[in-house]
Design a protein around this ligand. Structure first.
Ligand code: DLL
Length: 433
């Protein structure tokens, strides 16, 4: 029997969901108009006032918000509540050096954790379960979000955070973890490590996994399910909207239900901004209708996907989104961490290198690798290998500080990276996802 965390919401009629969205949107637009001068200016420029927005059918009248707006308004420009009412920030990389900082009131955190709790119950989680949260804790939303959701469900929560594979496996086995939350690539890696230790799926107590923060294929799902002996479910979200739990998979494992009582989803043509009919492939745009501290109206996620309101056998009535099929910008997700080529470029320029570089991304044994090849200037070029080695180390340290993950940096001879006739080919992504 399908179980729900908030049945009256998760199985509400479409009319009820629309009524919630209409009412909450009107309130939200007034909230940002009254409290966020940046928004008011944007709306005035677009010629819209709160009176023009009577419900979700008027949503298209509002201007889009993009990552550029977040950068421009950094850090407090989009804050809609006094700082004294905020209790937390979470953060992720922005398009250049500036990070995205999202603020939360206690109420925002409460609703976010409800969304994560819905995801845990959807995979069969109850208070009898032991939930190991192996997403990173800290500024990244994965750990804190699922941790909060797991508490709400009443699971025994193991906050291992990411890394230290031996310890992860020890806790899974010794504490009989039944639900694992981490990135799909880390789940695959844990699976392989356990297989190498000679563990068969029936010796692993896990029964379900909640994996997201990066793209993963159906093949990868089958591999993970086989090695760990579990059902593997997808979860989607982004820091700007709260974090994981914007949408989540149910027992049907075919698309993720968007928590429509908190987020209104639209699909647009990334080139023209035109709203596309249901079933079209396009860029996902979200409006957060319940967030107090950091509400975003028509936020362009850059994720490409398809929406469907086909009835779902699980009984949930909220619309489903497909797995993201790519992005309409150049953001890469490496080991679950968002990386923009422009961040790498900034590090190079700050360290006195010309912007002749190539980023090579691959997936080796289910783990993403990031190699950056950087051309030296003729003045830097030397046959002193020790000096080159030192330069590479310095660059790797700066990259780690900027990106939050380790990149392998290789310095190459001047003019050795092939010049392209058109746009420079900065990124070679060899991963087959
Ligand atoms: O990745 C939040 C999250 C944490 C989601 C844990 C799921 C689990 P950000 O770091 O802000 O937030 O990155 C957001 O990651 O726009 C997508 O491009 C990508 N992404 C997130 N979930 C998925 C997924 C978290 N299930 C960006 N499949 C988003 C594919 C995903 N891509």
């Amino acid at each position: 029997m399908e179980r729900y965390y908030q049945p009256e919401i998760e199985t509400a009629s479409r009319e009820q969901i629309k009524a919630w969205q209409d009412e909450r949107l009107v309130k939200q637009v007034k909230h940002v108009w009254d409290n966020v001068p940046y928004y008011r200016a944007k709306m005035e420029k677009a010629g819209v006032t709160p009176e023009d927005i009577k419900g979700r059918d008027d949503l298209h009248k509002l201007p889009f918000v993009t990552k550029d707006d977040l950068r421009e308004a950094y850090p407090y420009g989009l804050l809609a509540k006094p700082l004294a009412d905020c209790v937390r920030i979470q953060s992720t990389s922005g398009t250049t050096g500036k990070r995205v900082v999202a603020f939360y009131t206690q109420h925002d955190i409460d609703l976010w954790e409800d969304c994560c709790a819905r995801a845990i119950v959807a995979v069969g989680g109850t208070k009898e379960d032991v939930c190991q949260v192996s997403y990173g804790y800290g500024l990244f939303t994965g750990g804190p979000g699922l941790n909060g959701g797991s508490h709400k469900v009443g699971c025994l929560t193991i906050p291992t955070s990411s890394g230290n594979t031996e310890r992860q496996i020890m806790f899974i086995r010794d504490l009989n973890a039944t639900i694992l939350c981490c990135t799909p690539s880390y789940a695959a890696y844990l699976g392989e490590s356990m297989k190498e230790m000679g563990l068969t799926p029936d010796q692993i107590p896990l029964k379900a996994g909640i994996f997201g923060a990066e793209a993963w294929s159906e093949e990868m799902r089958h591999d993970i399910e086989k090695t760990l002996g579990i059902k593997a479910y997808d979860i989607y979200g982004l820091t700007e909207l709260s974090g994981p739990g914007v949408s989540f998979e149910c027992s049907a494992q075919s698309g993720m239900h968007i928590n429509e009582d908190h987020f209104i989803a639209e699909i647009i043509d990334p080139e023209t901004g035109e709203v596309l009919p249901e079933g079209s492939k396009g860029e996902l745009v979200f409006t957060s209708i319940t967030k107090e501290a950091f509400p975003l109206l028509r936020y362009r996620t850059r994720d490409i996907c398809i929406l469907s309101s086909e009835p779902c056998p699980c009984g949930r009535t909220h619309i489903k989104m497909s797995k993201p099929m790519g992005r309409s910008d150049d953001m890469l997700i490496i080991r679950g961490v968002n990386v923009f080529p422009s961040q790498i470029e900034t590090v190079l320029l700050n360290n006195g290198y010309p912007a002749n570089y190539q980023i090579i991304v691959d997936r080796v044994r289910n783990t993403d690798t990031l190699d950056v090849q950087v051309e030296m200037t003729p003045e830097m070029f030397t046959d002193n290998l020790g000096e080159i080695d030192q330069r590479q180390k310095t660059l790797m340290d700066s990259m780690r500080a900027m990106l939050g993950i380790t990149a392998k940096v290789t310095l190459v001879a001047p003019k050795s990276i092939v010049r392209s006739e058109g746009k420079a080919v900065r990124v070679i992504d060899k991963r087959k996802i």
